[in-house]
Design a protein around this ligand. Structure first.
Ligand code: AMP
Length: 216
């Protein structure tokens, strides 16, 4: 099963995608993670993307579609994938149709996490991850059980995304409203769109997504 998770920054796409990886063996394809890895490795793509990402703007369709296309050629995606953060523009939605057709793949669902945008700034600015294993935490909603120690791997190193500050978040929201939300009508006529309440707690959201995936 191949799905897209759609929703503004902070809607919980990454959290839900990693739960689907754990529970169903699907593969999370986060273009944001791929770009952050490229920035950290200082590849040519990373060097081009770094400042754009720091501002909260979108990286060019050409770059992002290129890295996604390469990733889709790897074997593990045949287990089923979750697109998290792609497509983000109408051009990317069209590119995705072309890519999937060329690779003999198809989409089963586009799941929109419906959220109240006012709550998102708090969600985003409070989040941090384990620098070693990537487990996600939050200053208000999910602190490590032992202060300063990762629940999963015991590391004491944590990190925050440089673009998770209040000012950049506003730009990222605006990008979502003007460029990403308008792609939903691209999928409506195909009957693929399912809406899930993204304001419920993590477990409840994951139950709702599971119900969509198990429905047919
Ligand atoms: P995310 O981790 O999905 O919040 O993405 C972080 C940043 O990476 C975004 O603010 C963009 O600058 C860039 N990015 C991630 N995915 C895309 C995409 N599909 N198209 C353009 N830029 C992207």
């Amino acid at each position: 099963m191949n799905i897209i998770l759609l929703g503004p920054p902070g809607a919980g796409k990454g959290t839900q995608a990693s739960q689907l990886e754990d529970e169903r063996g699907m593969v999370q394809l986060s273009t944001g993670d791929m770009l952050r890895a490229a920035v950290a490795a200082e590849t040519p793509v990373g060097l081009q993307a770094k400042d754009v990402m720091a501002r909260g703007d979108l990286v060019s369709d050409e770059i992002v579609t290129g890295i996604l296309s390469d990733r889709l050629d790897e074997d593990d995606v045949k287990q089923g994938f979750i697109l998290d953060g792609y497509p983000r523009t109408e051009a990317q939605a069209h590119s995705l149709d072309t890519l999937l057709a060329a690779k003999g793949m198809k989409l089963d669902h586009v799941i929109e996490l419906v959220v109240d945008e006012d709550a998102l700034v708090e969600r985003i600015t409070g989040r941090f991850t384990c620098a070693n294993c990537g487990e996600g935490y939050h200053d208000t909603f999910k602190l490590p059980k032992v202060e300063g120690v990762c629940d999963e791997c015991g590391s004491a190193e944590f990190k925050r995304r440089p673009d998770d500050n209040a000012e950049t978040v506003r730009t990222r929201m605006e990008e979502y409203r003007t460029k990403t939300a308008p792609i939903i009508p691209h999928y409506e006529p195909k009957g693929l769109v399912r809406r899930v309440d993204g304001m419920a707690n993590i477990e409840a959201v994951s139950v709702s997504i599971g119900a969509v995936l198990d429905a047919e």
